[in-house]
Ligand binder design. Structure first.
Ligand code: PLP
Length: 406
């Protein structure tokens, strides 16, 4: 039985007030709040268990290394990756995708080679590919979503041509909540010999993810959306792809030997982790992932589906409210606009006065905004600790917006 009140009690910030009202935190798509176990683990790490990792022979260094390296196995389990050697630690999805762009794609792609992208993508899964377009003549091929915001895998696969070298696609839109059938995309792409990178930033927070079942080559996650600290993250890289990658950042920890004339590199995944990492951040992410797995991702998904369904029912009664995208099976992420000239920033400011935190803007997805024909939306994104009563609080604050702005 999913006990949302018990879960809420694990998150100290949820009991605070904002603008004299109980906080209704609906900005989880941008960053999620942290449970006390994560805060405690990070405090303990700094207070009692801290030293640099990998290089010391002293007690604390070994302890910190053991805790830090233990997170690789936790991420492996969370994603059901075949091996923890296929998990590279990053500071988040942005770094993970840039790593693939610099270390795997840049040395392999020739002018005229193509990367297939969807219009749903976050800038983190667009700009690193624009670099290749600008710097080495790579062509970006865009796949349009359907009218309901869904992405048809057949359209993605139809975009593959003889020069396609990579498909880079999100598993869940951070703007519309659209869930993308990445498994079908990966199966079709594999038949044509095209690797697939999946941006898992949003999807893995809301549902069980199994990269072995999906069959992707790269799967990037970011710790701060997973109820862990900012500056933490990881990317699953299939071992065949990892073997094709050249080192990216150079420095300590990623080498085997260095002389005046030569350098040899550490084995992957260390080869791609130069310098002192975010030790405590990664340890915090590991605790967050254990916390999520303890509750069960399928249970979290079921709870959030109930929130989604209830929100959709409530929104349906508001004929002055536009909800962008209504793809079947979408996540509990809603991009909202009002009929008329009201700006998303005004909506968000009024909601904030009611203690309701949402995000307003283009959500780092300008091509999608251009496709939708809007400059900005107010986005309410739900998480594991949100309640049906908070859907009501959102709707009542939206009604106030309609009264004041509509
Ligand atoms: N991809 C998606 C779908 C996102 O929602 C985000 C964050 O908003 C990112 C990538 C980038 O994540 P980060 O800023 O943690 O690197």
């Amino acid at each position: 039985m999913y006990d949302v009140e018990k879960i809420r009690a694990d998150f100290p910030i949820l009991s605070r007030q904002v603008n004299g009202k109980p906080l209704v935190y609906l900005d989880n798509g941008a960053s999620a709040q942290k449970p006390q176990v994560v805060i405690d683990a990070m405090t303990r790490s700094y207070a009692e268990e801290y030293a640099n990792v990998h290089r010391g022979l002293h007690y604390l260094s070994n302890l910190a290394t053991e805790k830090y390296e233990g997170v690789r196995g936790i991420v492996r389990r969370f994603l059901n990756a075949p091996s923890e050697d296929e998990i590279v630690f990053t500071t988040g999805t942005t770094e993970g995708i840039n790593l693939v762009s610099y270390a795997w794609a840049a040395p392999r792609l020739q002018p005229g080679d193509e990367i297939v992208l969807s219009v749903l993508e976050h800038h983190a899964n667009i700009v690193p590919w624009h670099f290749l377009r600008e710097r080495q003549g790579v062509v970006l091929k865009w796949v349009e979503p359907e009218a309901d915001g869904s992405l048809d895998p057949a359209r993605v696969l139809a975009a593959i041509g003889p020069k396609t070298r990579l498909i880079a696609v999100t598993q869940m839109s951070n703007v519309l909540g659209t869930l993308v059938d990445v498994k079908t995309i990966c199966a079709g792409a594999r038949e044509r010999g095209v690797p697939v990178l999946v941006d898992g930033s949003q999807a893995c927070v809301h549902m069980p993810v199994d990269v072995s079942d999906i069959g992707c080559d790269f799967y990037a996650i970011t710790g701060h959306k997973l109820y862990g600290p900012s500056g933490s993250g990881a990317i699953f890289i299939r071992s065949e792809r990892m073997a094709e990658m050249r080192p990216f950042l150079g420095g300590g920890d990623m080498i085997d030997t260095v002389t005046r004339d030569s350098v040899t590199y550490a084995k992957p995944p260390m080869r791609f982790e130069a310098g002192t990492p975010g030790i405590v951040q990664q340890i915090g992410m590991g605790v967050a992932l254990e916390y999520l797995m303890g509750i069960g991702m399928a249970n979290i998904a079921a709870h959030e589906h109930a929130l989604r369904d209830y929100a959709q029912t409530r929104f349906a009664g508001l004929n002055w409210l536009n909800v962008q995208g209504n793809a079947p099976g979408k996540g509990a992420i809603f991009s909202l606009t009002l009929n008329g000239p009201a700006h998303a920033h005004d909506i968000s400011t009024i909601l904030d006065k009611r203690g309701v935190a949402v995000r307003a803007g283009s959500h780092c997805a300008m091509p999608l905004m251009q496709h939708l024909g809007v400059s900005a939306t107010a986005r309410a994104s739900f998480g594991m600790y949100n309640t049906l009563a908070e859907v009501d609080a959102l709707v009542s604050a939206l009604e106030l917006c309609h009264d004041l702005l509509g």
